[in-house]
Design a protein around this ligand. Structure first.
Ligand code: NAG
Ligand code: NAG
Ligand code: NAG
Ligand code: NAG
Ligand code: NAG
Ligand code: NAG
Ligand code: NAG
Ligand code: NAG
Ligand code: NAG
Length: 670
């Protein structure tokens, strides 16, 4: 019996008995409810019993009882009387006790039959064919009885006397009421199945039974009788993680595992392939980020590039590029191609000059305008316009300009040796070897440039800012005139031009200063100041002089000359090297340049010839006589002679050669 609690086990005892006859007392075996048929040696029936059993309330369990007959000359019959009507039986025969098998009930010495359903009472009869005549020695009786299945074990010993057995047990079934589950459920107060239980219809008669639901155990007829089974504790059905739930349980796998988690299912397996999607996701993310980055930077650079172009255009316009284009196109377009060269280097202040190195290694000077200075921008444009028309050895070369930067840049050839001003005024005597000959050459070269500007250039150009700062010197002390920012193109059909007075204090033509009438003679005056500077080695403005002489050393010079004390003011080095006659001539030329009235000043042509003449004269033998002031005076008186015919053919010849040189500057070197 698997569930003895559920089944009411009815033990039916047949006691040898009080009610039985005395004769039967000698006979062994079960009485009352065992059928028996016994014979003596004479094959006469000695004892016979056919019992009857009834159980009105409880049906005989059909599946837990068997009908069994024991004997070797035996047939037994069982008849149902109440409930289901039926008759069944079995036959057991054997010839020798050696034929029977202990434990086997299959017709030799023992036979069995199944009890049908819904049996409530039965009559048993047992009989023999031969009255045990052939088997009496070992089997004088036949037996038949109903017994709980699996409790009776046939033995050969039972054939003799049934081993004096007094009891056999029979199982009776029971059920609740005489209704089906569906009918019984209608009255919950009388319904016998409690929580967590199920009802099922009894199959061996009317009524129903209850069973605890799956996952529960206990008594289903008691309140809370069915208790949850903790499967995890009892059977540990899971491979890794087990959760007990009411009536059931579930299995799960921890992270990184897959499967149903059940020991009887797929269990838990480590997931090896999960890395792949992770790698894919990472790859996807990085690729899209890369694409985003590339796209972003492409857009950024594109935008920046456009911005830079816009900015360049803006700067080009702001820096007068359009004005320059117009001016240049007025002449011819030949120079336009060269206007956008130059290297962007250096930074800083107001019209400052930087030294720069181009990509090809060329050293250049870069002049940078002050930020936002409109007038300076105009000067730059002016300078570009003018310098682009001049091609002269003694004019600093403009290599290019850059108008697309914030401030315009002008790029010049780099002149190595600094300004004339530096050499005269700031360098120490020993480091500067600016000899008299150098000075004369510089004067001649500068005069040549101005002469070229005034008469050979078309239209004529007035420099307007001749001063020692604007004369650059290369390593051979060759002069390079620079800074044409203030220069004016002088229309040929006009003899004078009214402009805003512009120039450098000390070099400024007093007549121009007063009248604002610009003529070429203004340059002549400035050049005169330059000559004085070369001769005396003193600055154009001498602040350290007394009030009267402060304005310009030119006045000092003029004073000194009138007092015939020329050699007191002439630079020491010049006195030592220069020949007195030359110095005097030079001084006379300077004086001529410095005439107050412009008309009285010589032209640059004449001055150039004059100075050239001085150079020629140097080649001849001169008597050096520094102390003869009389000579000086007489020479000063001969100025007009010197202009008219004093120079003679040698001077004009010299000038002619210089004119040629000016017109075709690349024909020969210096
Ligand atoms: C019945 O008896 C035989 C021998 O006597 C034995 O081998 C067998 O195990 C028994 N069976 C039961 C169910 O007791
Ligand atoms: C069973 O036995 C009883 C008592 O001897 C008797 O009254 C009844 O008729 C019998 N039933 C059958 C079917 O023989
Ligand atoms: C059956 O078992 C009994 C003891 O339980 C033994 O004495 C007897 O000889 C056995 N019979 C057979 C046929 O093996
Ligand atoms: C059964 O009873 C008889 C007589 O009462 C006796 O002789 C015999 O020894 C008994 N057998 C067993 C196995 O007890
Ligand atoms: C069921 O049992 C009740 C009393 O227990 C009885 O009154 C009723 O007649 C029975 N019904 C049937 C169909 O047997
Ligand atoms: C339900 O059963 C109870 C107890 O057996 C009884 O008193 C009651 O009358 C029944 N109700 C119905 C509706 O049958
Ligand atoms: C009742 O429950 C038991 C134990 O759970 C089970 O063995 C039996 O088969 C169930 N009966 C029915 C009819 O479900
Ligand atoms: C889970 O299952 C795997 C195989 O499926 C087995 O190797 C492992 O021992 C099991 N673990 C447990 C706790 O049962
Ligand atoms: C198992 O039960 C636990 C506890 O209720 C729950 O958290 C988990 O999700 C369940 N797992 C599955 C696979 O149903």
């Amino acid at each position: 019996m698997s569930l003895p609690l559920i089944f009411l086990q009815l033990v039916v005892a047949w006691l040898l008995g009080a009610v039985s006859m005395a004769a039967s007392q000698a006979l062994p075996g079960c009485e009352n409810h065992c059928a028996r048929d016994c014979y003596n040696k004479q094959y006469l029936r000695e004892y016979y019993n056919d019992p009857w059993m009834t159980s009105a309330k409880f049906p005989i369990s059909n599946d837990q009882n068997k009908f069994i007959a024991v004997g070797c000359d035996t047939y037994a019959v069982i008849k149902g009387s109440q409930g289901q009507k039926y008759t069944t039986g079995c036959l057991s025969l054997c010839d020798s006790i050696d034929n029977v098998i202990n434990g086997s009930c299959s017709g030799i010495g023992c036979c069995q039959a199944i009890i049908p359903k819904e049996v409530r009472s039965f009559n048993i009869t047992v009989n023999s064919y031969e009255k045990h005549a052939n088997v009496w020695d070992f089997n004088p009786c036949s037996y038949a009885f109903v017994v709980e299945d699996n409790t009776y074990n046939f033995s050969s010993l039972d054939l003799k006397n049934f081993q004096n057995r007094t009891t056999v047990s029979v199982v009776l079934d029971w059920s609740v009421g005489n209704e089906t589950c569906d009918e019984a459920r209608k009255n919950q107060t009388s319904y016998a199945c409690k929580e967590n239980s199920e009802c099922y219809n009894f199959d061996n008669g009317p009524g129903y039974r209850c069973n605890c639901s799956e996952g529960y155990e206990g008594n289903p007829y008691l309140s809370n009788g069915c208790q949850d089974i903790d499967e995890c504790m009892i059977s540990s059905p899971c491979n890794m993680t087990c959760h007990n739930l009411p009536g059931t349980y579930n299995c799960s796998c921890p992270k990184g595992f897959e499967g149903d988690g059940s020991k009887h299912g797929s269990g838990c397996r480590q997931i090896p392939s999960k890395r792949l999607p992770l790698v894919n996701i990472a790859l996807g993310i990085s690729i899209s980020m890369l694409v985003l980055l590339l796209g972003g930077s492409w857009l950024y650079w594109g935008f920046r590039h456009r911005k830079i172009i816009k900015l360049r255009e803006k700067f080009f316009e702001q820096n007068g590029g359009i004005m320059l284009q117009q001016q240049l196109s007025k002449r011819d377009g030949s120079l336009q191609s060269s206007e956008r060269h130059g290297s962007d280097s250096g930074s800083g202040g107001q019209g400052t000059v930087y030294k720069g190195i181009l990509q090809d290694g060329t050293i250049v000077a870069i002049k940078k305008s002050k930020i936002g200075d409109k007038s300076q921008v105009l000067q730059f444009i002016n300078e570009i316009t003018i310098l682009s028309q001049i091609n002269h050895t003694n004019v600093v070369k403009l290599l290019g300009c850059c108008l697309e930067t914030q401030v315009p840049l002008l790029v010049y050839e780099f002149v190595t040796n600094g300004t004339l001003y530096d050499h005269i005024h700031t360098r120490s005597r020993s480091s500067s070897s600016l000899t008299w000959e150098n000075r004369l050459c510089i004067a001649i070269e500068t005069a040549g440039v101005l002469s070229y500007l005034h008469s050979a250039a078309d239209p004529p150009i007035i420099h307007r800012d001749i001063k020692s700062n604007n004369i650059l010197l290369d390593e051979n002390y060759t002069a390079k005139v620079s800074d044409f920012g203030a220069s004016k193109l002088f229309p040929t059909d006009q003899t004078q031009l009214t402009t805003l007075v512009q120039g450098t204090l000390g070099y400024l033509d007093p007549e121009y200063f007063h009248t604002s009438q610009l003529t070429e003679k203004s340059d002549v005056y400035s050049f005169g100041v330059l000559l004085v500077e070369l001769l005396t080695g003193k600055k154009a403005i001498c602040y350290d002089r007394p009030e009267k002489e402060k304005f310009s050393h030119v006045f000092c010079f003029l004073d000194e000359k009138e007092k015939d004390r020329l050699f007191e003011i002439v630079d020491e080095q010049v006195i030592n090297e220069g020949k007195a006659e030359q110095l005097k001539e030079f001084a006379i030329v300077a004086k001529g340049c410095l005439e107050v009235k412009g008309d009285e000043r010589p032209t640059m042509n004449e001055i150039a010839m004059e100075l050239q003449g001085l150079k020629m004269v140097e080649k001849h033998q001169w008597v050096k006589d520094n102390n003869n002031l009389e000579e000086t005076r007489s020479l000063l008186g001969e100025v007009s002679v010197a202009y008219s015919d004093g120079g003679g053919t040698s001077i004009s010849a010299a000038y002619d050669s210089m004119t040629n040189h000016v017109i075709s500057p690349f024909d020969g070197g210096r």
